[in-house]
Ligand binder design. Structure first.
Ligand code: PLP
Length: 479
């Protein structure tokens, strides 16, 4: 009889308290104030997931209103994704895409090319989103160099936008507090205004932000600019949607100056906005799409750059090549999971579900805006929305840094979690609550989100705004 092979390291099954202690001693959590965890503030340790819900080590259930980190799009507990991974691991656990190919990466590349808009037919796999962004910037530079435009190295992104943390991607990221510690960054990344019209003067031209890109290209010198990189809906700052015609204008500008347009869809692809790709929703044609997260519904790490035929062409003939690679790019197990994930998308029409239900999701949030003085704005698209929190709805006055710290980390993050809702209270721009539930969420989950948010936002207004009640800061702060 075959026996199950034992791993060399058998982790002991730990009681909850021991797990806490071990996590505090050995685990280095990302974007987390580790020192803030103590006997009163436990690390949230999640042990199980099913549909829109996850459970912690103490058996408490939470509605995952953030799809973990904008990524468990098909929802938790999908055994078939694990089974696809196991089948592939048995067949061929790993082979690289450096000079070799394997069926799963080939078939997945073809499937993605069929779904992607226009002639985005060439897929370069990575292990995640930051690597996809790095790879896209390098591809833009390599493309211009091979075309006799070696000075085109710069990239234009937007203020407050998050594009990742590796040094190239971080240079593109437009969030000063994330950048300053690591300066000097990679030269050549610059930033323009985003589409946050909530804080614009009322008489501003709706395409003002798009025109800022043209001004910046002119300022830098068009012959030095390789690419513009934009999210269809900008996550950081709180779901900034594009103005009508914004992307069409950006496309025109890029074409006028020979600059490539990269659509960073690490979050906005795979149904998040009700379409496979955000570019499809807003009707524009990028030269590259960068993606990750929902491509596997996060059951395995994977990212990709999806490039146009025009962009790939110089690297496809003779002795030329794109001199760039990542060991795990196109990992067969991750590719198998992505294929199974897309089967779920097709079978359950997850994009169609988001389109059918987004108005209901939105009107629940609009109701909070109408009823609660602390909600200054609601914005977003699909299953990707934010509420901006303000001190004064009429004047749009925002909170000071100290107030925001008390409001978000001192009260809301902990309170939302305590009441069973995972979402993000964030202040990389002005303070917002961000929601991005699994794409299977429905009326029942919207009602649950509404009930928790209404109670917590009402209490926040009372405690923080009226009484300036100071509480101990919560340590959780993810990007
Ligand atoms: C738009 C965007 N680009 C890039 C990244 C970086 O992706 P990763 O965390 O997988 O490296 C993210 C992560 O949230 C993102 O939202």
């Amino acid at each position: 009889m075959a026996t199950t092979p034992q791993t060399a390291f058998e982790p002991e099954v730990k009681p909850a308290s021991k797990l806490q202690e071990t996590a505090r001693r050995h685990l280095w959590m990302h974007f987390t104030r580790m020192g803030a965890y103590d006997d009163e503030h436990e690390i949230p340790i999640l042990v199980k997931g099913d549909g829109c819900y996850v459970w912690d080590e103490n058996g408490n259930r939470y509605l995952d209103g953030l799809s973990a980190l904008f990524c468990v799009n098909a929802g938790h507990g999908r055994a078939e994704l694990g089974e696809a991974a196991a089948r592939q691991a048995k067949e061929l656990g790993f082979y690289t895409n450096w000079s070799y190919a394997h069926p799963m990466a080939i078939n997945l590349a073809e499937r993605i090319a069929k779904l992607a808009p226009g002639d985005l037919n060439r897929v370069f796999f990575t292990s995640g989103g930051s690597e996809a962004v790095e790879s896209a910037w390098k591809l833009a530079r390599a493309y211009h160099k091979v075309n006799g435009d070696p000075l085109r190295t710069k990239i234009i992104a937007r203020e407050t936008a998050y594009h990742g943390t590796t040094l190239g991607a971080l240079s593109i990221t437009g969030i000063p507090p994330l950048r300053t510690t690591f300066e000097p960054l990679v030269p050549g990344a610059c930033h323009v205004a985003n589409t946050n019209s909530y804080r614009w003067p009322e008489d501003r031209d709706p395409l003002w932000a798009a025109d800022q890109i043209e001004h910046r290209i002119e300022f830098e010198g068009p012959e030095t600019v390789a690419a513009v990189i934009l999210e269809p809906v900008q996550n950081s700052g709180g779901c900034f949607t594009p103005q009508e015609g914004y992307f069409q204008r950006v496309r025109e500008i890029c074409d006028k100056y020979g600059v490539l347009l990269i659509s960073d869809e690490v979050i906005c692809a795979w149904g998040r906005l009700g379409y496979y790709f955000g570019a499809e929703r807003y009707g524009y044609q990028p030269d590259m799409i960068t993606t990750a997260k929902g491509i596997t519904s996060a059951y395995a790490p994977m990212g990709a750059v999806i490039a146009s035929d025009r962009l790939a062409e110089p690297f496809m003939a003779g002795t030329s090549m794109f001199t760039h690679g990542i060991t795990f790019g196109g990992h067969p197990v991750a590719a198998a999971v992505a294929m199974a994930n897309l089967d779920v998308f097709e079978r359950e029409d997850l994009c169609g579900h988001v389109r059918a239900k987004e108005d209901e999701f939105r009107s629940m949030l609009d109701g909070l805006y109408e009823d609660l003085p602390i909600v200054g704005d609601v914005r977003g698209a699909g299953f990707f929305h934010s509420l901006e929190l303000v001190k004064n709805k009429e004047t749009k006055e925002t909170f000071s840094d100290e107030e925001s710290e008390r409001l978000l980390r001192g009260f809301m993050s902990g309170e939302l979690f305590k009441r069973g809702l995972i979402c993000r209270a964030d202040d990389r721009g002005d303070p917002v609550i961000q929601l991005s539930p699994p794409l299977i969420a429905d009326t029942e989950q919207f009602e649950e989100i509404e009930a928790v948010l209404r109670a917590v936002l009402t209490e926040a207004w009372e405690r923080i705004v009226r009484h300036a009640d100071g509480e101990r800061a919560s340590p959780r702060r993810s990007p």
